[in-house]
Design a protein around this ligand. Structure first.
Ligand SMILES: [Zn+2]
Ligand SMILES: [Zn+2]
Length: 454
């Protein structure tokens, strides 16, 4: 095969622009645009034949019908479409008109080439428009997960823009009880607030079972600062509604849909959220995260450290409590699905490790205990025994009925690696908290610097 002969055959079909000519032999050489290839072949053929060189006007091209002259115009339109959107990366896709695809096949067939020889129109259009957008917007192409996706619909003569979500990682503390992590709609009225024409008695006509949620106290602030259309809260598990989340907090990611701003100041955002939540919830360790941080936060195996207020049915002395906690320290516990857990869930016996168990008596019938356990350990049942469904348990070991009267989660830690892995951040990652071994106060202080091996 001779590329010059091919070029003559391709050009013989009618006026073909340099780009369409070059595109049919796009697999030849590199560091050239298809227009470079086409023009060079035309010049080489003219020299070879010793004929005058005759450039072809792109507007006359029967293959692309002049579209190869419009790269600049489409790039300008893309840039204009995102004038008020902040982004760092983008990608371009093109919907090729079927007529152009057919012309491409006809051109190659006429020259006796493979129907898919060289490169398809769509690839050239994506690349040529794409490389012009970067300098216009001071951004770069990203073939993975760009901030902005442009779709050029040539037939419809439109530029569609998808602004992909932005993500903020952080840790939250829930300083008041009876706040669910996410909004809890009322089932009785299907969140409408009404049963028939009457206000719903179950939720007081609000449609929700709780006035506040961690989501509602945090996500709207991030949505507003990033100027998005909506925001979704993704937590690394969740504590019971009646448990506080204190100490070093629980990891979360807030996803903001269609943000117009994404490189925001996370220190300021932290202050904004904490002011908005009015002491019910606090956040820290905020960082701009990547889209896969959501899956990471939801999926990473995590251990939890709890502090529980425990009431005993009879007096317990210091030595008995210390011995019982010693017996649990390092124990492997079998737990049959607790009574209080959703009965639609399959009941199974599962095995969980207790990494650490310590505590002190407050008076003969009350104690404060701290338990560090593997993810999924039911701590209320570890204390009460749940009528024998959790074994071993604190009540059984003491020989006295015991019940958790108040529960705080004081730390959530990745089992094998910290949540704050730099690979999931768009900027410097926040420092991971250490595994706090000291008692942590409930005021949200930084009781997290004291790392200890488990
Ligand atoms: Zn053309
Ligand atoms: Zn209701």
């Amino acid at each position: 095969m001779n590329v010059l002969a091919d070029a003559r055959d391709l050009a013989a079909e009618g006026p073909v622009c340099d780009a369409c000519l070059g595109r049919a032999v796009a697999d030849r050489s590199h560091g050239l645009t298809n227009a470079d290839r086409g023009r060079s072949l035309r010049i080489a053929a003219a020299l070879d034949d010793d004929e005058p060189y005759e450039p072809t006007d792109t507007a006359d091209c029967w293959v692309c019908e002049g579209l190869c002259d419009e790269f600049d115009a489409w790039a300008d339109r893309c840039a204009a479409a995102v004038e008020d959107v902040e982004f760092d990366t983008y990608q371009v896709g093109t919907r090729t008109p079927p007529l152009i695809e057919e012309n491409e096949r006809l051109l190659r067939a006429a020259a006796g080439l493979d129907p898919d020889a060289g490169e398809v129109f769509k690839s050239e259009f994506n690349r040529e428009v794409g490389k012009r957008i970067g300098p216009l917007t001071d951004t770069t192409v990203d073939f993975g997960r760009p901030d902005v996706q442009f779709t050029l619909d040539v037939d419809a003569d439109t530029v569609e823009v998808d602004v992909h979500s932005a993500f903020v990682y952080g840790r939250y503390r829930k300083l008041e009880r009876d706040i669910p992590q996410t909004e809890w709609p009322c089932n009785a009225c299907d969140r409408s607030g009404y049963v028939g024409s009457q206000p719903c008695g179950n939720c007081g006509g609000t449609g929700y079972l709780y006035e506040h949620s961690v989501e509602e106290l945090t996500a709207p602030v991030v949505r507003d600062v990033m100027d998005g259309t909506d925001a979704t809260f993704h937590g690394a598990g969740r504590e019971d509604v009646d448990a506080r989340m204190v100490g070093t907090g629980r990891p979360f990611v807030i996803e903001v849909l269609e943000p117009r701003r994404r490189n925001i100041d996370t220190d300021r955002l932290e202050g904004d959220i904490n002011a908005f939540a009015e002491g019910r919830v606090e956040v820290d360790r905020l960082g701009l995260a990547t889209y896969d941080a959501v899956e990471r936060v939801k999926g990473l195996d995590a251990s939890k450290r709890y502090r529980a207020e425990v009431a005993f049915d009879g007096p317990v002395d210091d030595d008995e409590l210390a011995a019982a906690l010693d017996a649990l320290d390092g124990a492997t516990v079998e737990q049959y699905t607790p009574h209080r857990v959703d009965h639609r869930r399959a009941s199974i016996t599962r095995t969980r490790e207790v990494y650490d168990a310590t505590g002190e008596r407050d008076d003969p019938t009350h104690a404060t205990v701290e338990i560090h356990g593997a993810g999924g350990l039911y701590v209320k049942e570890l204390v009460s025994g749940d009528e024998g469904r959790t074994d071993p348990n604190l009540a059984g070991t003491l020989g006295v009925a015991a019940e958790v009267t108040a529960l705080d989660v004081i730390g959530v830690y990745g089992e094998d690696e910290p949540f704050e892995d730099p690979a999931y951040f768009r900027e410097a990652a926040p420092d991971p908290p250490g595994v706090a071994s000291d008692p942590v106060d409930g005021s949200g202080g930084e009781g997290d610097s004291d790392a200890s091996a488990e």
